[in-house]
Design a protein around this ligand. Structure first.
Ligand SMILES: O=P(O)(O)OC[C@H]1O[C@H](O[C@H]2O[C@H](CO)[C@@H](O)[C@H](O)[C@H]2O)[C@H](O)[C@@H](O)[C@@H]1O
Length: 277
């Protein structure tokens, strides 16, 4: 299992992103009629909570999204499973790329983008439980397509978490280790949010200009995907480039940033106002 991708993407072609505010949004999307909005969940639509099952998306965000979906297509692109994303966004019904790009749910169709070995998943789950001694310091999230080891309440355990997950991943060549905010996750190889976004663009919205908003290191592949996307099916050779928006101030490939989750809400409200006008 390879861990060479951990953070390495961040180390090249970093730009200095520009701040994207509701009042300069109109200029950025000027003249674009076919926008596609792609949204990460945790750290973008919802504030962090020590317990992943207790976090939620504010009613403000849900209300804005409910109205926005009347104007443009919206997809969730999340590390959460599709079922979890549905629970968090109920009563909305939005298509979802779940499990960091492993699952695709279009609302009409639901399928995996990569095969998963469920026997190995079970072994990995058990290995994580064994390695942590199921101690209450740790939070193990057993997901339908992976296992996450959280240490949000105990940041001092970051190195131990990495050691545990690297050690387990070492025995499973077809699995990858992903680092997130206060979490390490083991998932099948072969996907990330970038490849999943390319799948959505190619198969469902080839002529749209994508905007992807995300906050974490796992969202970097998504920023690269939208910012380099070209509509090759267009015979006129249209060169559609999307917009990556990073939430927060960490180094990023995204061309734009917003300060925090409340700035995401303001941006979504600004986009709604723009659509309505
Ligand atoms: O791609 P995302 O939608 O950002 O999902 C990434 C992971 O989010 C969740 O973990 C994060 O949020 C938790 C709840 O606030 C927090 O406790 C944890 O520390 C964060 O890493 C989720 O639990 C994971 O399954 C997702 O992969």
């Amino acid at each position: 299992m390879s861990v060479s991708h951990l953070y390495t993407m961040i180390n090249h072609s970093i730009t200095s992103p520009s701040q994207l505010l509701a009042n300069n949004l109109a200029k950025v999307v000027q003249g674009v009629s076919d926008l596609l909005l792609l949204l990460d969940i945790d750290g973008t639509l919802s504030e962090f909570h020590p317990d992943p099952q207790q976090s939620f998306i504010s009613n403000d965000n849900l209300t804005i999204l409910a109205q926005l979906q009347n104007h443009l297509p919206i997809w969730l692109v999340t590390g959460r499973s599709v079922a979890d994303a549905r629970r968090l966004t109920a009563p909305l019904k939005l298509p979802v790329i779940g499990s960091h790009g492993l699952q695709c749910d279009t609302l009409i169709d639901s399928y995996s983008l990569v095969d998963i070995n469920l026997a190995q998943l079970q072994q990995i789950n058990q290995s994580v439980v064994n390695a942590t001694g199921d101690h209450p310091h740790w939070r193990i999230e057993q997901k339908p397509f992976g296992v996450a080891l959280h240490f949000r309440e105990h940041p001092e355990l970051a190195d131990s978490a990495l050691t545990i997950m690297q050690g387990i991943g070492h025995d499973f060549n077809d699995w990858q280790l992903k680092a997130g905010k206060c979490v390490y996750e083991l998932l099948p190889q072969g996907v990330d949010k970038g490849s999943a976004i390319n799948h959505v663009l190619t198969h469902y919205h080839p002529h749209c200009r994508p905007i992807f908003i995300g906050d974490d290191v796992t969202d970097e592949a998504g920023f690269i995907a939208v910012q380099s996307y070209s509509d090759t099916s267009n015979k006129k050779g249209s060169d559609i480039k999307g917009i990556g928006v990073k939430v927060g101030y960490e180094p990023t490939h995204a061309h734009y940033y917003v300060s925090d989750i409340s700035a995401v809400t303001a941006l979504l409200q600004g986009l709604l106002t723009l659509c309505q006008s």
